[in-house]
Design a protein around this ligand. Structure first.
Ligand SMILES: *Cc1c(COP(=O)(O)O)cnc(C)c1O
Length: 713
C-alpha cells in the first residue's frame, strides 16, 4: 500500500532536523495527538511510527490540519532550495568546495544526545545557522550509539549516569549509500588492524552532518565500542575515537564525493584530520610532506575553546606512536618529526603530544571564541612563536553566537517576526533586527515574560514529580508538595551549565546568613533554579551538585531552591526562557565564552555575570548586571571570597531593588527598560548568524581562495 499524502509530507519533514527550529511545525505533531507527542519525547519519526495511515488521515482532517501540513512541507522545501540567501551573495566559492566542519560533538536536538555541553551545542547552532544563511558546510562527527548520559540523582543527591541505546530508525538519520545501494564505510588503521566505520547522514536544513559509527558486525568487539559513548573511556579509547573522527572523517568526505575547500576544526579533538588531508594531497599530487602541509595549513581553520589546561587533549609518546604508526609511514616522516608536531618544543622528549599544538601548527587561521579568550590564548600559546610579542601571536577571535530560532521562545519569536520581513531568516541584518525590537511595547514584553515564567514553573514542578516518583516517593505526597515549589511572583534566578568546578555553582553559598536574608525576605523573595551535569569522573563536580541538592531539601529553602535533574537542550530551553535573571560566576579567566547567557538575552532574561568570556564585550552598563569584582587573584580562595562579596552586593543592591520597584499597576518599568536594552544590544551581536557571517568572511573565504592572511583578528 502506498502511504497517503499526509504521511508522505510529514515523513519528509521528520527526516530533516529543520523541524527542530520551526516551532509551528512541531505544533502540527503535537496537535495531531498531544499525549503521543509527549510519550515519544517530541520525536516526529517515533510519532509517525506509532500512527497508522487511517488514524493519521482521520485526525488531520478532523482537526483541519491538512493545509497547514502541506504548507509546512512546502516551506521547508522552499527554504532548503532557495537561491536568495546571504550565502548565495557572499559565499559563492564554497558552492563547489564546501566547508568541512569537524566536531567531536553536535547538539542539534535533545533527541540525539551526541553532545555534552556548550561545545556541542555551539556546533549544532553553527550548522543550523550556516544552513539558514546558505553557507555550504558539511559537519563531520561521531555517532555515539549510547550518546552522553542521562542524569539521575540518588537519595543522597549523588549523580548517577544512565545510558540508553539510540534507535537510528526513530531519528532523522539515513545511511550514506554507495553506488551499489549499500551503506558506505571507511577504514582507519589505529596501529595494528583496520577499524571500519559506517557512514550516516543527518540532514540539518540544506546542510548535512556526516556521522561515523564503528558499531558494525565486521568489527571486533573492542572496535565496536569506539563510538559507544561520548567522553567516557580512557585515553586509549579517546585516541581511537579521535582517529576515527579525524582520519575517518576525511576519508568519509572523499567516498561521498565531497571535496571540501576549507577544513574547520571545532576544538583539537579532530586535528588528525589535518594529517589525513596532507596524506591525501601528497598521494594525489605527488608532492612531499612539507609542500602538502603548507597547502593544508592554508585552507584550514582552527577554533580553540578553553583556557583550562586539562581541556586540551594530550597523549603520551608511546601511545601516540603506536596508534599513528601507519599514518607516520604513509606520510614518510620519522617518529620524532611526528611527535614534534604535537610539542611546543619539537626537541623536547618530556612533552606529551597535544592535539591543540598539532592544530595550531598545521592551521594558518586560528581563533579563540571571545575577545578575552583571544588574549588568553595568545598568552597561553605564545611559546609556539618564540620572539613574538603577545599581540603578534597569530591567534585571533570570533565570538560565539547562538542559533536564534532554536533558543527563542515561540511567544517571543511571534512578537519579533511580526515585525520582521518574511525573508529575514535567509538574509538577516543587524539594523532590521534592532528596528523590530524598538517597536515592542513594555506591556507586551512583560506579559510575554510572565507567560514564559509560568511555563518554566510548570515544567519544574512536573520534572520534580517525575524525579520523586523514580526515587520511589509516594506520588500523592510529592504531588501535594509540588504546589509550593517556586513562587511565580518571586524574583527567579537561574544557574545551569556543566558542573565543572571553575564555574563555581556553589559560590552563592559561602555566607549562610547573608544567603538566608537575601532569599527569605517576605516582601522581596528570591528563588534559585539550578541544573547541570557533572562529568562522570569528576567527583568534585558531583560534590557541588550534592551540596545544592542538600540545601534545596532543607527546611529553610524547600521550594525556594530547586535542582532540576538531567540538564539537556530541552531543559536549557525552558530555563533560559523562563527565569528573570541568568547568573554566571566562573573563576576568571577560565570561561572562554559562555553561550547560555546569550540564549537568555534573546528571551528578555537579564544576565548577571562576572566580567569573563562574552560578558566583557556584551556589558554596556545598562543591558544587565555586572558582578563587579577586582581581577583574578593568585590565591583562588581569595578570589572566591571577593567574587562572592561582589555577587551578593549586586544582587542585594541592584537586582532585587530594580525587580521590586513597581509602578502602580505592578509593572517594573525600570526592569523592562533593561530587558529591552538587553534584547537590542545583545540579540543580534550574539546570534549564530553573525558568528557564521564572521567565519565566512574572515576565515572561510580567505582560506578557500588561498589568501595568505594568517589571522582572523
Ligand atoms: C548552552 C548550553 C550549555 C553551555 O552553557 P555555558 O553558559 O556556555 O556554560 C551547556 N549545556 C546546555 C544544555 C546548553 O544548552
Amino acid at each position: 500500500m502506498t502511504p497517503t499524502l499526509i504521511r508522505t509530507k510529514l515523513e519528509a519533514i521528520a527526516r530533516n532536523f529543520w523541524w527542530t527550529w520551526h516551532p509551528e511545525v512541531m505544533e502540527l505533531f503535537r496537535d495531531l495527538d498531544p499525549a503521543l507527542w509527549r510519550e515519544v519525547k517530541h520525536r516526529p519519526l517515533a510519532f509517525l511510527a506509532r500512527m497508522d495511515d487511517a488514524t493519521l488521515d482521520d485526525r488531520a482532517r478532523a482537526l483541519a490540519l491538512e493545509t497547514r501540513i502541506l504548507r509546512a512541507a512546502r516551506r521547508m522545501d522552499d527554504e532548503i532550495r532557495s537561491h536568495n540567501t546571504w550565502g548565495d551573495r557572499h559565499a559563492g566559492v564554497l558552492k563547489v568546495r564546501p566547508v568541512a566542519y569537524f566536531s567531536a560533538e553536535f547538539g542539534v536536538h535533545e533527541s540525539m544526545p551526541i553532545y555534552s555541553g556548550g561545545l556541542g551545542i555551539l556546533a549544532g547552532d553553527h550548522v543550523k545557522a550556516s544552513a539558514d544563511l546558505g553557507v555550504p558546510l558539511v559537519g563531520v562527527g561521531l555517532l555515539y550509539r549510547q550518546g552522553y548520559f542521562s542524569q539521575r540523582l540518588d537519595a543522597t543527591g549523588w549523580q548517577q549516569e544512565e545510558f540508553e541505546q539510540l534507535d537510528t530508525n526513530l531519528l532523522p538519520l539515513e545511511p550514506a549509500l554507495g553506488p551499489d545501494g549499500r551503506q558506505l564505510t571507511v577504514e582507519v588503521n589505529p596501529g595494528s588492524s583496520l577499524v571500519s566505520a559506517a557512514l550516516w547522514i543527518a540532514r540539518v536544513g540544506r546542510n548535512r552532518i556526516v556521522l561515523l559509527d564503528t558499531d558494525i558486525p565486521s568489527n571486533p568487539a573492542e572496535y565496536r565500542e569506539i563510538t559507544q559513548r561520548l567522553y567516557w573511556g580512557d585515553q586509549q579509547s579517546r585516541i581511537r575515537q579521535e582517529l576515527v573522527l579525524g582520519v575517518g572523517g576525511m576519508k568519509a568526505l572523499r567516498v561521498m564525493g565531497i571535496r571540501p575547500g576549507v577544513l574547520h576544526l571545532n576544538e583539537g579533538h579532530s586535528a588528525f584530520a589535518l594529517l589525513e588531508a596532507i596524506r591525501q594531497d601528497m598521494q594525489e599530487d605527488g608532492i612531499d610532506f612539507e609542500s602538502a602541509a603548507e597547502r593544508v595549513a592554508e585552507r584550514s581553520v582552527f577554533t580553540t575553546h578553553t583556557p583550562v589546561p586539562a581541556g586540551h587533549d594530550r597523549f603520551p609518546e608511546a601511545m601516540l606512536l603506536e596508534h599513528l604508526a601507519p599514518m607516520c609511514s604513509a606520510l614518510g616522516i620519522s617518529n620524532s618529526k611526528l611527535m614534534g608536531l604535537g610539542r611546543v618544543d619539537p626537541t623536547s622528549d618530556s612533552e606529551t603530544f597535544c592535539m591543540t599544538v598539532l592544530a595550531l601548527k598545521l592551521c594558518n587561521r586560528c581563533n579563540g571564541v571571545s575577545a578575552v579568550h583571544g588574549d588568553v590564548s595568545r598568552d597561553m600559546w605564545k611559546s609556539l612563536w618564540p620572539g613574538r610579542k603577545n599581540s603578534e601571536v597569530p591567534i585571533g577571535h570570533i565570538t560565539n553566537g547562538v542559533h536564534v530560532r532554536s533558543w527563542i521562545a515561540r511567544e517571543m519569536l511571534q512578537i519579533a517576526e511580526r515585525r520582521l520581513p518574511a525573508d529575514f531568516a535567509m538574509t538577516p541584518s543587524a539594523a532590521v533586527f534592532e528596528e523590530s525590537i524598538r517597536t515592542i511595547s513594555s506591556g507586551t514584553l512583560w506579559e510575554m515574560h510572565q507567560v514564559l515564567k509560568s511555563h518554566l514553573i510548570s515544567f519544574v514542578r512536573q520534572r520534580y514529580v517525575e524525579q520523586e516518583h523514580r526515587r520511589g516517593a509516594d506520588p500523592r505526597l510529592s504531588a501535594s508538595r509540588v504546589g509550593h515549589l517556586l513562587d511565580p511572583r518571586a524574583l527567579t534566578l537561574g544557574f545551569a551549565r556543566r558542573f565543572a568546578t571553575y564555574k563555581r555553582a556553589t559560590l552563592f553559598m559561602r555566607d549562610p546568613a547573608r544567603l538566608e536574608k537575601l532569599l527569605c525576605n517576605p516582601e522581596r523573595p528570591v528563588q534559585l533554579v539550578f541544573a547541570g551535569k557533572s562529568h562522570p569522573r569528576d567527583d568534585g563536580g558531583k560534590a557541588l551538585i550534592r551540596e545544592i541538592v542538600e540545601l534545596s531539601r532543607s527546611k529553610t529553602y524547600e521550594g525556594r531552591i530547586v535542582f532540576v535533574e538531567d540538564y539537556d537542550i530541552a531543559a536549557a530551553r525552558m530555563l533560559v526562557q523562563g527565569v528573570d535573571v541568568w547568573v554566571n560566576n566562573p573563576r576568571r579567566p577560565e570561561e572562554a565564552c559562555g553561550t547560555s547567557g546569550m540564549k537568555a538575552a534573546l528571551n528578555g532574561v537579564l544576565n548577571c555575570s562576572i566580567a569573563d568570556g562574552w560578558w566583557v564585550e556584551a556589558w554596556d552598563g545598562s543591558n544587565g548586571f555586572n558582578i563587579d569584582s577586582p581581577g583574578p587573584h593568585l590565591d583562588p580562595l581569595v578570589q572566591d571570597a571577593r567574587d562572592h562579596d561582589a555577587l551578593m552586593d549586586v544582587l542585594e543592591q541592584q537586582v532585587v531593588p530594580l525587580f521590586y520597584d513597581r509602578a502602580a499597576d505592578g509593572v517594573p518599568l525600570g526592569w523592562i527598560e533593561r530587558m529591552k536594552q538587553s534584547l537590542l544590544t545583545l540579540g543580534w551581536r550574539f546570534s549564530a548568524d553573525r558568528m557564521v557571517m564572521n567565519y565566512t568572511t574572515d576565515a572561510y573565504l580567505p582560506a578557500a581562495r588561498g589568501l595568505s592572511s594568517s589571522t582572523t583578528r
